[in-house]
Design a protein around this ligand. Structure first.
Ligand SMILES: NC(=O)C1=CN([C@@H]2O[C@H](COP(=O)(O)OP(=O)(O)OC[C@H]3O[C@@H](n4cnc5c(N)ncnc54)[C@H](O)[C@@H]3O)[C@@H](O)[C@H]2O)C=CC1
Ligand SMILES: CC(C)CC(=O)C(=O)O
Length: 364
């Protein structure tokens, strides 16, 4: 791939390749934009088909974080890491500590947290080498695992989307098809079950499926059949690009609302959803609960304050629908507009000169 061309196109600031042969570390830290503050975004560990796929994932995810953090009203830029490897087999202490030292070397330009394939315990290991890590154990005064917070935000956003589609945000009796019942979706299913929604779930991990069946009376289907389920709401909670040319025509849902990052394979799929009248809750707006939760650590973590902010994902999603209707644009474009307007207005507001220690003439 022509990396610099790709970076120029979407104005990426920096990409850092980290390798440590002894531990097997192969990581890519992508920093998209730090206009609003240090780039905060999780670390994903995954078995990529190629190194190019890993680079593209890191780049796309980091850009998503810029928009997510901006739309959530956080003073943070966007970044993300991918570690190439199987989190079940390839992870080890030395690898995570080597990675922590690379983060430390960025001197605060990038702050990490959990994502697919990494855990609170992994963040604790990284914390041995750098302070620029969030979502570490609560015993350290940290916020812990962000997944329940993400799930609560998705639940709130899903209710706002249901209100838009059905005229009521009551989810009792609604059929929700959930793709991927991992860390976030397990907690999402709990909220939905408590409200009386009927769950249809799938996962490539049978244990995860069984847990949802046992705990929430969910019905299980095969991974490839989730798109054909007769449902009101489709909740993509696995990896990205599950809304694509093949799946859109198969979905019967009136609402798409889930936790996965980069749900649309391409931006044009948002246009198709809009034309079909399917209410799409943009991924980075609805799934911001986790980052809101970990970002609160920068102020001295206060759970009540964080949860109050996560509650407002309902209003954020409603605002996106309002912009979409006002300007007659797809909801993903409306969300981008909301985020870009904030970045550009803050960029402008912060452009006036402020003195710092480099400008004190008396020091000369
Ligand atoms: N953990 C968090 O707080 C946040 C997570 N997200 C996003 O939400 C999504 C889920 O994250 P987590 O729950 O943390 O990850 P996870 O790894 O715990 O769960 C993902 C689940 O999806 C399953 N899966 C993967 N490919 C699949 C496929 N083709 N069909 C069915 N199931 C499949 C996996 O087996 C796993 O159980 C990811 O896209 C992540 O980036 C976004 C914001 C915050
Ligand atoms: C897991 C979060 C804490 C941050 C992140 O990477 C995300 O929201 O995707």
């Amino acid at each position: 791939m022509e990396l610099f061309k790709y970076m120029e196109q979407d104005e990426y600031e920096q990409v850092v390749f980290c390798q440590d042969k002894d531990s097997g570390l192969k990581a890519i830290i992508a920093i998209h934009d730090t206009t609003l503050g240090p780039a905060l975004g999780g670390t994903r560990m995954w078995t990529y088909a190629s190194e190019e796929d890993a680079v593209i994932d890191a780049l796309r995810l980091s850009k998503g974080m810029t928009y997510k953090n901006a739309a959530a009203g956080l003073n943070l830029g966007g970044g993300k890491t991918v570690i190439i490897g199987d989190p079940k087999k390839d992870k080890n202490e030395a690898m995570l500590r080597a990675f922590g030292r690379y983060i430390q070397g960025l001197n605060g330009r990038y702050i990490t947290a959990e994502d697919v394939g990494t855990t609170v315990e992994d963040m604790d290991t990284i914390y041995q080498e750098t302070n620029y890590v969030t979502g570490i154990s609560q015993a350290f005064g940290s916020s812990g695992n962000p997944s329940p917070a993400t799930a609560y935000g998705v639940y709130r956003g899903m209710k706002a989307a249901a209100k838009e589609a059905f005229g009521t945000d009551n989810l009792e009796g609604r059929v929700v098809a959930v793709q991927g019942v991992g860390n976030v979706a397990y907690h999402l299913c709990r909220h939905l079950h408590e409200e009386g929604a009927q769950l249809v779930v799938t996962d490539i991990d049978q244990d995860a499926v069984q847990r949802a069946v046992d705990d929430f009376e969910a019905k299980a289907v095969d991974p490839n059949d989730i798109y054909d389920v007769d449902c009101d709401i489709y909740a993509p909670c696995a990896l990205g690009a599950s809304v694509n040319d093949d799946t859109i025509s198969r979905l019967s849902a009136s609402v798409i609302a889930g936790s996965a990052n980069n749900q649309l394979a391409e931006s044009r799929h948002g246009d198709i959803l809009y034309e079909k009248g399917i209410v799409y809750a943009p991924d980075y707006v609805i799934n911001a609960g986790g980052v809101i939760n970990v970002a609160d650590e920068l102020y001295g973590y206060n759970r009540e304050r964080a949860m109050k902010k996560i509650e407002t994902i309902y209003d954020k999603i409603a605002k996106v629908f309002e912009i979409s209707k006002r300007d007659d644009i797809p909801t993903n474009v409306a969300a981008d507009r909301m985020a870009e307007e904030r970045i550009s207005s803050i960029h402008h507001a912060r452009s006036t000169f402020l003195q710092n220690e480099h400008h004190v003439i008396s020091r000369r």
